[in-house]
Design a protein. Structure first.
Length: 92
C-alpha cells in the first residue's frame, strides 16, 4: 500500500502487505491483518459508490440563459458550516 501524497521512484519495489510512504516513498512497516481487511472493505464500499453514481447519472440540459431569480448557494456560508469552530480564527 502506498501512503497519500507519496512519490514512488521508477523501479521501486514495495513488498506485499507493507506500507510505503514519503517523498521519496520508502517502506515504513508491515500492515496488520486488521488493516488489510479494513482496506479491502473500504475499497469495496468505494467501488459500490462509484457504481451507484454511474447508475444514477442523468443527461441534463445546460442553462440557455441567465436567470437572476434562480436560487444561489453562498459557498462561503457552506464552507464555514463544515469547518470546525476554530477554523475561522486560523483563517484570520
Amino acid at each position: 500500500m502506498i501512503g497519500a501524497m507519496s512519490f514512488v521512484k521508477a523501479g521501486a519495489e514495495v513488498p506485499a502487505r507493507h506500507l510505503a510512504a514519503g517523498v521519496p516513498a520508502r517502506v515504513v512497516r508491515e500492515l496488520s491483518v486488521d488493516e488489510l481487511a479494513r482496506k479491502i472493505e473500504a475499497t469495496k464500499i468505494y467501488q459500490e459508490l462509484a457504481r451507484r453514481c454511474l447508475a444514477s447519472l442523468r443527461l441534463a440540459e445546460p442553462l440557455a440563459h441567465f436567470d437572476p431569480e434562480r436560487p444561489r448557494v453562498d459557498a462561503d456560508i457552506v464552507l464555514n458550516e463544515r469547518s470546525p469552530p476554530d477554523a475561522a480564527k486560523r483563517r484570520g
